[in-house]
Ligand binder design. Structure first.
Ligand SMILES: NC(=O)c1ccc[n+]([C@@H]2O[C@H](COP(=O)([O-])OP(=O)(O)OC[C@H]3O[C@@H](n4cnc5c(N)ncnc54)[C@H](O)[C@@H]3O)[C@@H](O)[C@H]2O)c1
Length: 275
């Protein structure tokens, strides 16, 4: 598939993990990609990998909490490629800050600044250019933005990103702009390196039996950013191996309540042979 031939994508947090996989996927499908990150040395390595595959990329040093830096990064994008079709708000990452009582105002500001205000900066800077080509925005939130998994500041910031997206989808739909969210569950990136065994333990609550890989998220972002999603806006696509599908993680309700079908007043025939 070459769904992004001739198009330009601007990806924040492009140097590592999910952002890197998004860059690689969009480039593999024909996009020219701008890699916006604070870690420019690593971003350059990703870019040089793209060029070996015949794709073109541009690294821009950009802290998305700094509006002037974001404006400059978008200006450099236009100077190099003369258009902007897709903005991916991905920069961030969870900061483990413990219980609500231990969450300082500095923690709240740090989370909100990167996740929510950073996305606002990028959308505001990109908007006139996206309007010109009827482009679209995909933001990477989290299942933490849709349900309580702890980390209240991170969770609230991601929830804000989800509802910002709905508002922008309604506001700019008539002008042909689309805004969507991908909400990943647990994904294998460096964010988990400091917690040995965590990914294996978390895999046990995933109905599909494994944690996600960055490429799983990149595939969903590519779908929403492509014309395949031409009539999709304001939506949140959960990509979590099924964690949010049921209230008990990977466990079946029957296994949790431990009651036999007879106690429910259901015959085994009605309830099914596995109950
Ligand atoms: N890994 C997971 O389990 C998981 C789950 C759900 C959602 N997410 C979300 O996915 C996104 C990517 O996470 P990841 O796990 O790939 O993290 P990561 O740490 O591997 O990559 C994050 C990237 O963002 C960049 N970045 C951080 N702050 C920045 C800033 N102010 N300006 C510009 N760039 C900045 C980093 O340099 C890095 O390249 C985040 O928004 C995260 O909240 C991750």
């Amino acid at each position: 598939m070459r769904r992004f031939e001739g198009r330009v994508a601007f990806v924040t947090g492009a140097a590592h993990g999910i952002g890197r996989a998004i860059v690689q996927r969009l480039a593999a499908e024909g996009a020219s990609v701008v890699l916006a990150d604070i870690e420019t040395t690593t971003a350059e390595q990703v870019r040089s990998g793209l060029e070996k595959q015949g794709a073109s990329g541009l690294v821009v040093a950009c802290d998305i909490t700094d509006r002037a830096a974001v404006d400059d990064a978008i200006a450099r994008t236009l100077a190099r490629f003369d258009r902007l079709d897709v903005l991916v708000n991905n920069a961030g990452g969870s900061v483990r800050i413990g219980e609500f009582e231990q969450t300082t105002m500095a923690d709240w500001h740090r989370q909100l600044d990167v996740t929510l205000i950073g996305a606002v900066h990028a959308v505001q800077a990109a908007l006139p250019h996206l309007l010109r080509v009827r482009g679209n925005v995909v933001s990477v939130a989290s299942v933490n933005g849709l349900a309580a998994f702890g980390e209240p500041a991170y969770s609230a910031a991601k929830a804000g990103l989800v509802n910002l997206t709905r508002n922008l989808a309604v506001r700019y739909g008539a002008q042909g702009l689309r805004f969507n969210v991908v909400a990943p569950g647990t994904v294998r990136t460096r964010n988990w390196d400091d917690q040995p065994g965590a990914l294996e333990r978390l895999a046990s609550i995933v109905p599909l039996g494994r944690v996600g890989e960055p490429a799983d998220i990149a595939a969903a972002v590519a779908y929403l950013a492509s014309d395949d999603a031409a009539w999709v806006t304001g939506t949140t696509l959960t990509v979590d191996g099924g964690v949010l599908a049921g209230p008990f993680g990977g466990r079946r309700y029957d296994d949790v309540h431990g009651l036999s079908p007879e106690v429910h007043g259901l015959s085994p025939e009605v309830h099914g042979p596995e109950a």
